[in-house]
Design a protein around this ligand. Structure first.
Ligand code: TEU
Length: 543
C-alpha cells in the first residue's frame, strides 16, 4: 500500500466558535485557536480541521456562506486567519479548511442577483423551478425542512435548498458556477492551506428531471446522483491535483462500494471520506452492527481507498454520551472509545473536548438550544399538534448542540471559555470535567489520548496493518488484530458496564504478547483467558 503523510495523520477538529474566546463577545475566535495551539500540538496531532469561518449570516453556524473570500467578524479578520495558518505551520502541523459549496447563504450576492429576476445572468447559478399544479415542483424533503423548495414571490418560482431555507443549493450543472468555485478553492490553497474537508460534497449532482420520490422521508435521493463523479474529477483535474494536500469528503448515504468511487486510489477524486453508517444510522451503541460496518468497509476499501474513523463531530452527540457510559465509567469509556477509533483502519478524528471526555447536555428548555436542525424539527412537529414537551424530549439525545457547548478549560465561570456571555450555555459539569483538571491528572483521558497518538507514530502497524475481527458474535467484547509484516497488535475492548471474559484464539496462545496500553491503572498481562473490567480496553503487541 502506498504510504502518504495524510494516511499517517491524526486530525483534531476545531469548532472555533466553541473553542476559546479572546475578545469577550461570547464566541470563540481564531485568536483563541492561536492561543491554544500549543495545547493541541502537545496532544501529538498532525492536522487541524477548522469549521467554516467565512463571512456568513450564521443561520447554520457558518455553513451558510455569504462571502467565500472573507472571514466572519465573530471569528476575526483575514489577518488573524493568516497568523493562525503561520502558527499552525510553525508548529509542524497542517490546516484544512471546510469547503461548503453545495449551497451558499441566501444573502450571498450571487443569490441576491439570482433571485432578482428570471432573466438575471445569475438566475441559472441556483436551481429554480416552476410550480407544479400551483405547488412545490416535487415531494422531496430537505435535511432541515419539510420541502426542499421555497417559493419566491417576486419571480413566482421555487428554488431548491437541501438544508435550511436560508441555504439555497448552487447549480453545479452551470459551468460558470464550477469555475467560480475552483477559483475560490485556489485562492485558499495558494495561501498555503493543506486541504479541505468538503461539506456534503456528494450532494452536488441532483437527479435529472427532479422526479417525485417514492418515500420522501428517506432523503438519500439528495446524494450520490449521476454526474457527481464528473464534477469531482473535474475539480481534481483543475484544482486538487496541483497541490500536495489532503481532502476528506463528507459523503452521507454511501455504501463501501460507492465510497470507493469517491476515494479509490485510481479514481483521482478525493483522498478519504466520512461515511455516516455509524453517526447517522446507529443512534446508540450496537456492537453487532458496528462490527458489521467495520467489516464491510474494510473489505470494500482496504488496499484501494482510505477511510476515516470518528464517532462524533459538531453534528453528532459526544461519543462518550452516545456510545459509552458518561456516568459511572466516563473516563474508562472515553478511553475505550478513543482506543477503538485510533486502532481501527483509517484516519482517526478527534473532536475538540473529546480528549478530556466531554459529555452531551440536557438543557431544560428549547430556548437554550440554537441548532437550526433541532429548532426547525421542533417547530414542524409541534405544528402537527404534538405535545411540545414530548417533542422536545425526543430531540434531546441527538441535538447537534450536544457537541457544540464550549470547551471546558477550567473550573472558573463559563469554564474559562469566555469573559462574556457564552453564545450557548456551558455544560454544567465543567467544574469536574475541564482541561486544567485533565492536565493535572496523569490518568486523565487527555494523557491517554496522547499515549494513543504517540503509539501510532511508533507503530506503523496501527496505520498500515490489515484488520481481522476475532470476536464475531461476542455480545460485549470487540477484539481484533492489526498485522503488518512481523508485527501484530491485538486490541480487546469490553463495551459493557460488567466484567466480561474473552478467550484468546489458539494461534495467540504460543506467542509472547506484550501489553502496550490499557485504560485502567493496573492491567493483566496476556493470558489465555482475559478478564476485562467494565469498559476496559487493552492493546497487546506480538513480534
Ligand atoms: O452536515 C451534513 C448533515 O446534515 C449532517 O448533520 C448529517 O447528520 C450527516 O452528518 C450527513 O448525513 C454538514 C455540516 O457538517 C453541518 O453542520 C451543516 O449544517 C450541513 O452540512 C449543511 O451545510
Amino acid at each position: 500500500m502506498k504510504k502518504t503523510w495524510w494516511k499517517e495523520a491524526v486530525v483534531y477538529q476545531v469548532y472555533w466558535r466553541s473553542f476559546y474566546d479572546t475578545d469577550g463577545d461570547g464566541y470563540g475566535d481564531l485568536q483563541g485557536v492561536i492561543e491554544k495551539l500549543d495545547y493541541i500540538k502537545n496532544l501529538g496531532v498532525d492536522v487541524i480541521w477548522l469549521n467554516p469561518c467565512y463571512e456568513s449570516p450564521d443561520k447554520d453556524n457558518g455553513y451558510d456562506i455569504s462571502d467565500y473570500y472573507g472571514v466572519m467578524e465573530k471569528a476575526g479578520t483575514i489577518d488573524t486567519w493568516e497568523t493562525l495558518l503561520k502558527e499552525v505551520h510553525s508548529r509542524g502541523m497542517k490546516l484544512i479548511m471546510d469547503l461548503v459549496v453545495n449551497h451558499t447563504s441566501e444573502l450571498h450576492p450571487w443569490f441576491i442577483e439570482s433571485r432578482s429576476s428570471r432573466d438575471n445572468p445569475k438566475r441559472d447559478w441556483y436551481i429554480w423551478k416552476d410550480p407544479v399544479d400551483g405547488k412545490e415542483p416535487n415531494n422531496w424533503r430537505s435535511y432541515f425542512t419539510p420541502s426542499v423548495w421555497e417559493y419566491d414571490e417576486v419571480t413566482k418560482q421555487y428554488y431548491m435548498h437541501s438544508f435550511a431555507i436560508e441555504q439555497p443549493d448552487l447549480n453545479w450543472e452551470n459551468a460558470e458556477v464550477r469555475e467560480e468555485i475552483y477559483k475560490m478553492m485556489k485562492f485558499w490553497l495558494d495561501k498555503g492551506i493543506d486541504g479541505f474537508r468538503m461539506d456534503v460534497i456528494n450532494l452536488l449532482a441532483k437527479i435529472k428531471g427532479f422526479p417525485n420520490a417514492e418515500n420522501p422521508s428517506d432523503i438519500s435521493y439528495l446524494g450520490n446522483n449521476p454526474g457527481i463523479h464528473d464534477y469531482l474529477q473535474e475539480m481534481n483535474e483543475k484544482v486538487l491535483r496541483h497541490y500536495d494536500i489532503f481532502t476528506v469528503g463528507e459523503i452521507p448515504f454511501v455504501t463501501p462500494k460507492d465510497g470507493l468511487l469517491y476515494v479509490g486510489e485510481n479514481r483521482h477524486e478525493l483522498h478519504t471520506l466520512f461515511h455516516f453508517q455509524v453517526a447517522d444510522d446507529m443512534p446508540s451503541w450496537d456492537i453487532k452492527r458496528y462490527k458489521q460496518i467495520q467489516k464491510t468497509w474494510y473489505e470494500g476499501m482496504w488496499g484501494k481507498g482510505w477511510n476515516s474513523q470518528f464517532l462524533n463531530n459538531h453534528d453528532h452527540t459526544r461519543q462518550v454520551t452516545r456510545y459509552g457510559n458518561d456516568k459511572q465509567y466516563r473516563v474508562e469509556s472515553a478511553k475505550l472509545l478513543g482506543t477503538m477509533v485510533h486502532t481501527l483502519p483509517g484516519m482517526p478524528y478527534i473532536f475538540q473536548g473529546e480528549e478530556i471526555g466531554m459529555t452531551g447536555v440536557r438543557f431544560p428548555s428549547i430556548d437554550d438550544y440554537h441548532d437550526i436542525a433541532m429548532k426547525n424539527k421542533y417547530r414542524e412537529e409541534v405544528q402537527k399538534g404534538r405535545d411540545p414537551q414530548a417533542v422536545f424530549e425526543s430531540l434531546l439525545p441527538l441535538s447537534r448542540d450536544n457537541s457544540r457547548t464550549p470547551v471546558q478549560w477550567d473550573d472558573t465561570e463559563n469554564a474559562g471559555f469566555t469573559s462574556g456571555t457564552p453564545w450557548i450555555k456551558v455544560n454544567p459539569n465543567y467544574k469536574e470535567i475541564n482541561v486544567e483538571a485533565a492536565l493535572k491528572d496523569p490518568n486523565s483521558v487527555y494523557y491517554y489520548y496522547k499515549k494513543l497518538i504517540a503509539l501510532r507514530k511508533k507503530n506503523p502497524v496501527m496505520i498500515y496493518g490489515d484488520y481481522h475481527d476475532i470476536s464475531e458474535g461476542h455480545e460485549y467484547i470487540y477484539a481484533y488484530t492489526r498485522r503488518l509484516n512481523q508485527d501484530t497488535l491485538l486490541i480487546v475492548l469490553n463495551h459493557s458496564d460488567e466484567e466480561n471474559t474473552f478467550e484468546i484464539p489458539e494461534s495467540f496462545k504460543q506467542q509472547k504478547g506484550e501489553l502496550l496500553l490499557c485504560n485502567y491503572e493496573e492491567c493483566e498481562e496476556l493470558s489465555t483467558s482475559l478478564i476485562l473490567r467494565p469498559h476496559e480496553a487493552r492493546i497487546y503487541s506480538f513480534v
